[in-house]
Design a protein around this ligand. Structure first.
Ligand SMILES: NC(=O)c1ccc[n+]([C@@H]2O[C@H](COP(=O)([O-])OP(=O)(O)OC[C@H]3O[C@@H](n4cnc5c(N)ncnc54)[C@H](O)[C@@H]3O)[C@@H](O)[C@H]2O)c1
Length: 347
């Protein structure tokens, strides 16, 4: 039995906290949050005990600490849990600074616990379809990719300060919060790290947000492809596009749709693209955030990695690598020049 403490159970974690009551041989032992109302809900959903005190996550009976608190708290909580020998599943971004990410990785290196990143993209069946298509060569050689990650939260943000409105606490603004998903995913799809970026970043329409409400970043992958990533807090849209020498595919995340035009037919469990050269759109199944029976459920995958002793698919180093791209983009915008991504593990 694996005993889990969910820390920061009341925000994004609301969408998946129930998974810990569904996974086999897992017990949702503790929910820790500062919001008593959310703690009450956690108890009703199956948490064995609840607390406002993070120290409860370090108790003897806890094996895994799932941290879904604001970015600036990741370091202190993850380091404490790793030092106590717990496994840690950490929300993106790994931290709000590279220095903090380095300290988390150092704690992980000296811990008997395993560190993994929770990246919600992988709960999406479309993501795996595209990976399969690429691995089977249906897109040919990848020449360029584009990704947009935006919502209008910046227009709606109230004047009261929150961690999300603080540039220091988030580590930036829309780009660190939103585009980190695409930065992570594109590097996984292409099996190639981003090595250099050039970006513009500004805040034009979101007075209550401290960081950027628009960033556009051009990226160069080690394998030779170029990418464009843009994030926004004052306009809508989430899309991923991949263009190769044998076809292209577009993924509309919110609409659960895949659009493609390939030179060759492609068939899988979900898709039947049987008309080479013709653009087609497919409706895809929704994400599986709380489906314990799904092999692509990110919580299930992390727990399987712990149990089998395999490296988690999204480990701490992946989290550091993704953050390095984001920080390089902010540096590029500030310095008005392209910036090499710091890919040194020891930096
Ligand atoms: N994967 C995704 O798609 C996704 C989406 C949104 C947010 N996130 C990430 O999740 C993390 C949390 O973001 P959010 O949107 O849920 O924020 P949020 O502010 O909506 O929720 C944060 C929760 O943490 C609790 N909390 C705050 N300080 C705490 C502390 N010291 N100890 C325990 N609990 C504490 C709050 O009470 C709240 O319930 C961030 O790192 C964010 O980047 C990921």
């Amino acid at each position: 039995m694996l005993h889990v403490a969910l820390v920061g159970a009341g925000g994004m974690a609301r969408n998946y906290r129930k998974i810990y009551t569904l996974l086999p041989d897992v017990e949702w032992t503790a929910a820790i949050d500062l919001n008593p109302e959310q703690l009450e809900k956690c108890r009703a959903e199956g948490a064995k005990r609840t607390s406002e005190d993070f120290a409860e996550a370090l108790e003897m009976d806890i094996d895994l600490v799932d941290i879904s608190t604001p970015n600036h708290l990741h370091e202190q909580q993850a380091v404490a849990a790793l030092v106590a020998g717990k496994h840690v599943l950490l929300q993106k971004p790994i931290a709000n600074t590279m220095e903090a990410a380095g300290r988390i990785l150092k704690a992980a290196a000296g811990s008997k616990g395993v560190l993994g990143m929770y990246m919600s993209s992988y709960a999406n069946p479309m993501v795996w379809e595209i990976k399969q298509m690429m691995e089977e060569g249906h897109l040919g050689k990848i020449q360029s990719v584009r990704a947009r990650d935006s919502h209008r939260g910046g227009l709606r943000h109230p004047p009261e300060a929150t961690w999300r409105s603080s540039r220091d606490q988030t580590g930036g603004g829309s780009f660190i919060q939103l585009s980190i998903h695409a930065v992570n995913l594109m590097q996984w799809w292409l099996s190639s790290p981003i090595v250099e970026v050039s970006a513009f970043s500004q805040n034009q329409y979101s007075p209550n947000i401290g960081g950027d409400d628009l960033t556009v970043c051009i990226a160069k992958f080690a394998g030779g492809a170029f990418g464009v990533f843009d994030s926004g807090y004052a306009s809508e849209g989430v899309i991923r596009e991949i263009y190769g020498t044998a076809g292209w595919v577009r993924m509309f995340e919110r609409e659960n749709q895949l659009e493609m035009n390939l030179d060759r037919p492609y068939t899988s469990g979900w898709l039947n693209y049987d008309t080479p050269g013709i653009r087609k759109t497919f409706s895809m199944p929704p994400r599986v955030l709380d489906d314990a029976s799904s092999p692509i459920n990110p919580h299930r995958m992390f727990i399987e990695a712990i149990r089998t002793g395999k490296k988690p698919m999204m480990d701490g180093e992946t989290g550091r690598r993704d953050l390095a791209v984001v920080i390089a983009a902010y540096e590029s915008a500030a310095q008005n020049k392209s910036v090499a991504v710091c890919n040194s593990k020891t930096a």
